[in-house]
Write a protein that binds this ligand. Sequence first.
Ligand code: HH2
Length: 276
Amino acid sequence: MFWQTTRFRIDLSRPKVMGIVNVTPDSFSDGGRHDDTAAALAHCEKLLAEGADILDIGGESTRPGAAPVPLEQELARVLPVLDGALKLGVPVSIDTLKPEVMWRVLERGADIVNDINALRLPGAEDAVADHPSCGVCLMHMRGDPATMQQRPAYDDVVAEVSDFLRERMAALTVRGVDSERIVLDPGIGFGKSVEHNLALLRRQRELLALGRPLLVGWSRKSTLGAITGRPVDQRVPASVAAALASVQLGARIVRVHDVAATVDALKVWDGAGLVG
Ligand code: HH2
């Protein structure tokens, strides 16, 4: 399977690692670490040296309860880092839910739009559909970051996530977006309890029936803290375990903070023929 993006047609026969670059002061696990352009670009280079296949740059935290970032501020954070990252020779994804940011980054050559809101804001579908070839990640989220963890409830979380992703994918393909440009993400931690997240991992294979590659982000998330009792800066082993489990159950892209550890673990899994 392939993921068509602006400059690269990514071969997903081997799992790919998407390294996270948060240009924010308040992200849940690394806020403030690389919130200026030079630090963010140095981080991009570090992640590539560690083996990242894709860089995902974000200028707005989506942690539960995070304050929304004004458009101009998000652009000021993201655009200079994007310009530098585009010279590094790998696909560059921009993590945003704002259509205006999508237009601006696509104009500058971004390869992928990664939207936790699955292009539901007015104008977001247009931004992607009017572009000839950018990639897009459609993620499931129930509610919005301000309220999403207030008692999330589902009858069947896997079926509901699956229906949502199918609907969002259909909305885009009707607009003429080739399905090869689309990957799907169950949205671990976005309007879901610990049990919901674990059900999405245990039954992840059911989502493969949607026919597009899965991108999954477990990295350092609170469900891992709930299971291990570890604070956010001690969740690397748990994050690697979750990434491996998701790959074994068919995920093709893992979105992670700890690239070096994840790449090593995936080499072992792949070497043993365990990639699902
Ligand atoms: N998780 C986060 C942000 N963006 N995008 C996708 N496709 N999938 C995810 O699971 C996902 C995402 C949250 O993680 P992080 O970027 O580290 O934190 P913050 O939102 O606080 O910046």
